[in-house]
Design a binder for this molecule. Structure first.
Ligand SMILES: Cc1ncc(COP(=O)(O)O)c(C=O)c1O
Length: 407
């Protein structure tokens, strides 16, 4: 039987075995419960002030384990992307589960996570401005496990000059484009860049990246698989030529949550860089699973925003305190857990507007509801903390280490 996205979200809470709502709901802020002391541990999530970003630890841990288990079985490594969670604590959980390293999108993310002890970081974007290149070299000096991307010959020369000045040998991967977003085109251009890097005395070529952003959300697994394998063909040929030419190809990395179980079919591919799988979101829920079902249920939606009903006085409508500043982008709309008939519009800054024909219960003023976010990465970037929840109680407060580190 086919399940719609809304029905899936609606069923999430209804089937949960451990819903526990206390009688006296208080409204703690993160500042009041950090650190979680033995006395404070065990506060109900329903007592949190809202909007509050929460992660169900059991679900997140299952997601981390499933990714690792599947990739182990497929004989491909996991190098999760920290652009999703920006949390040193979560990166360390992923490493403890078997990840070979962590990716970052930004230099400032890498700086923040390395400083917190995440010691193997591959930055998947290149550093262009001279000041950034200098910072990247300083980082390499302090943290030997730092690898950076390059996708332009002048940038390779600039990296070489800065590495020489800093007295380091910098580890570099060639970012080879799949589609048009970033990266050098596959083929001769990419191979020449790899040769150029290889010749630089202060650069060490480690291999190549190929991330296909356009493939992750293709609807139906069959279509996603077909497009992914087609799109990567030229990159795979480039990889083979690099290898045949004696260049170091120890890294051939890419892939995301929608394609993590496809890239092991590409000869030479070493690791998948999936990010969203730990949290999931409404965008990913909709892409379809390997069994042909419309809901992508490989991973469980673990990330939620708690919101409070602040207006219930209009028929078929509710207003909450979680708008664009709590959820960021609004497409597709957030999912209201336990209420498949509700449409949640976070288009206005501070308020969420819900419309419905039928609700499963009567929602009272001040009552709290739980939402699955439209897109997890930018939502996390709005919060200083993620409350770690187990069996509906606060077990930990995770600092979003690189929150707002967008440079
Ligand atoms: C270079 C790169 N790798 C990996 C990812 C992770 O993708 P996902 O969150 O879809 O798993 C992203 C996400 O945008 C990315 O830009």
């Amino acid at each position: 039987m086919k399940t719609s996205r809304r029905a899936f979200v609606g069923a999430t809470a209804v089937t949960a075995a451990h819903i526990w709502i206390p009688k006296g709901v208080k409204g703690y802020t993160a500042g009041e419960i950090v650190p979680v002391t033995p006395q404070r541990a065990g506060i109900s999530k329903w007592d949190l002030d809202t909007p509050a970003l929460c992660v169900d630890l059991d679900k997140m841990e299952r997601n981390i384990a499933k990714m690792q288990r599947t990739c182990n079985a497929n004989k491909i490594a996991v190098r999760p992307h920290a652009k999703t969670h920006k949390c040193a604590a979560i990166a360390k959980m992923q490493m403890a589960a078997g990840a070979i390293g962590i990716c970052t999108a930004k230099l400032s993310e890498a700086e923040a996570l390395l400083a917190e002890g995440v010691d193997k970081i591959l930055m998947t974007t290149s550093n262009l401005p001279p000041a950034k290149i200098r910072r990247a070299m300083e980082l390499k000096k302090r943290y030997p496990g730092f690898i950076q991307a390059v996708d332009w010959d002048q940038n390779a020369r600039d990296l070489q000059d800065a590495a020489k000045t800093a007295g380091v040998v910098a580890d570099v991967v060639i970012d080879v484009a799949v589609g048009t977003r970033s990266g050098i085109p596959p083929g001769e251009d990419a191979i020449n860049l790899a040769r150029l890097v290889d010749k630089q005395p202060n650069l060490k070529l480690r291999g190549m990246l190929s991330y296909d952003g356009g493939a992750q959300h293709i609807n139906t697994f069959a279509a996603r698989k077909e497009r992914t394998l087609k799109n990567i063909e030229e990159n795979a040929r480039t990889y083979e030529k690099m290898k045949a030419g004696g260049l170091n190809t120890e890294i051939f990395s890419g892939g995301g949550t929608g394609t993590y179980n496809i890239y092991h079919l590409v000869p030479g591919f070493t690791d998948v860089q999936a990010g969203s799988y730990i949290f999931m979101d409404m965008q990913y829920v909709a892409i379809g699973n390997v069994d042909g079902q419309p809901v992508y249920d490989d991973f469980e939606p673990s990330l939620t925003v708690l919101a409070t009903v602040v207006n219930n006085r209009f028929s078929g409508r509710l207003t909450t305190d979680a708008g664009a500043k709590a959820l960021t982008i609004n497409v597709p709309h957030a999912g209201v857990i336990g209420e498949p008939g509700m449409d949640y519009n976070a288009g206005s800054d501070e308020f969420g507007s819900i419309t419905f024909k039928e609700a499963r219960k009567e929602w009272k003023m001040g009552e709290k509801m739980e939402l699955i976010v439209p897109h997890c990465d930018p939502a996390v970037n709005l919060y200083d903390y993620i409350y770690g929840i187990r069996n509906d109680r606060v077990e930990s407060v995770l600092s979003v280490t690189a929150r707002g580190h967008s440079q």
